[in-house]
Design a protein around this ligand. Structure first.
Ligand code: ATP
Ligand code: LTN
Length: 336
């Protein structure tokens, strides 16, 4: 009997190699990628073109991009089964990015909270790229016609803009883009700084981050020092509003152990923060150990990494070219 081939759904996401990956990036995005790598047809890339919206040290960027690839693989993304590539290796991202810039409104871009945050942090370099960045992100996504975009909570707004741009384009020119959905985890979608639980953990603000490559002792030290809440009860209880520090630690602990909030509350009943913080530190250090060791092993083989990103760019390029050709035709560009 002839086997019917079921078309897998497509997932796509990217992370900027603008700093070392931290547990926010992992729990908000990569964990979801890795857990679904078998079920979906997956495209994951290093968003190097996005990083230059903020000044980068070129040597550091050149080093971080393949390191991030090694981390993707170490987190469980098999390059045979997933298309892993570097954004700047597939020129169609920039090409579609330009087209979509012309279908993204000034007002829409002005409302993006990431733009507002980053222009505040980089007041001396509020460049055009920082402002129009969501149009490039829309291109990154729509080129591959994905069903889902697995990201952390902070990227939801950009994903919604992508949907609006896709719908606008489809309405003007007929069905061109699949309209994708963001895929946001239930736990870990917004990991907060350990030293300031009111602020999102962010690569460009390394104090308070726990990095994937950190050694267990350093991880332990950061968790022991984590800011908890100055309430009087001192008990481990989930309440994101009244107890943001402890709730953040509970999110992290839940994500790495699979325990529910109720189970965690029971486990630390009567023990207080003094016992809870080192327990979270230990759980995170244990969880990250194999990822760090595997990353180090993969990083030692430069030729392998090169072969992965070369192959990835070829596979990604083949899909991207098809979509771009369709778009160019629709808007009226003459075929070469
Ligand atoms: P930058 O400071 O350069 O903006 P970042 O640390 O905020 O970097 P991004 O490259 O913007 O990280 O994000 C990569 C992915 O990780 C995105 O899907 C984003 O939603 C997710 N992510 C980033 N920070 C967190 C966080 N604190 N909690 C959960 N997910 C996060
Ligand atoms: N904007 C994202 C990174 C990013 C991305 C993408 C995520 C660039 N292109 C496409 C998902 C899909 C960020 O800053 N975290």
């Amino acid at each position: 009997m002839e086997e019917t081939k079921v078309q897998k759904k497509v997932m796509l996401s990217g992370i900027q190699p603008s700093g070392d990956l931290h547990i926010g990036n992992y729990l908000g995005a990569i964990k979801n990628w890795a857990e679904r790598a078998e079920q979906y047809d997956c495209y994951y890339f290093m968003a190097d073109m996005h990083t230059i919206t903020v000044r980068q040290d070129p040597a550091a960027l050149r080093r971080r991009t393949p390191t991030q690839l090694a981390q993707y693989i170490a987190c469980g993304l098999d390059p045979q089964k997933n298309t892993l590539f570097i954004q700047s290796h597939v020129p169609e991202h920039a090409q579609l990015g330009w087209v979509l810039n012309c279908y993204t409104m000034f007002g829409e871009l002005s409302r993006m909270t990431q733009f507002k945050d980053k222009s505040q942090k980089n007041a001396d370099n509020i460049n055009g790229g920082l402002f129009t960045y969501p149009a490039l992100m829309a291109a990154d996504i729509l080129l591959y016609q994905p069903d889902y975009v697995p990201v952390g909570e902070d990227q939801k707004q950009h994903c919604e803009l992508t949907r609006d741009v896709a719908i606008r384009f489809n309405n003007l020119y007929g069905e061109t883009f699949k309209v994708p959905e963001p895929f946001i985890p239930k736990v870990g979608a917004r990991v907060m700084m350990l030293n300031d639980p009111e602020k999102k953990m962010s690569k460009s603000d390394p104090n308070g981050c726990v990095f994937l490559m950190e050694k267990p002792d350093d991880i332990q030290r950061k968790f022991k020092r984590a800011v908890t809440d100055c309430d009087t009860e001192h008990c481990v209880r989930y309440d994101a509003k009244a107890k943001p520090g402890v709730s953040n630690l509970m999110d992290i602990y839940s994500a790495v152990t699979g325990k529910t909030y109720a189970e965690i509350e029971r486990e630390f009943d009567g023990l207080g923060y003094g016992a809870f913080k080192p327990a979270v530190g230990e759980a995170v250090a244990d969880y990250l150990r194999p990822i760090r060791e595997e990353t180090e092993r993969i990083l030692a083989d430069k030729a392998y990494l090169q072969s992965v990103y070369k192959d990835g760019a070829e596979r990604a390029g083949a899909i991207a070219r098809k979509t771009l050709r369709k778009v160019y035709k629709k808007v009226g560009f003459v075929e070469r």
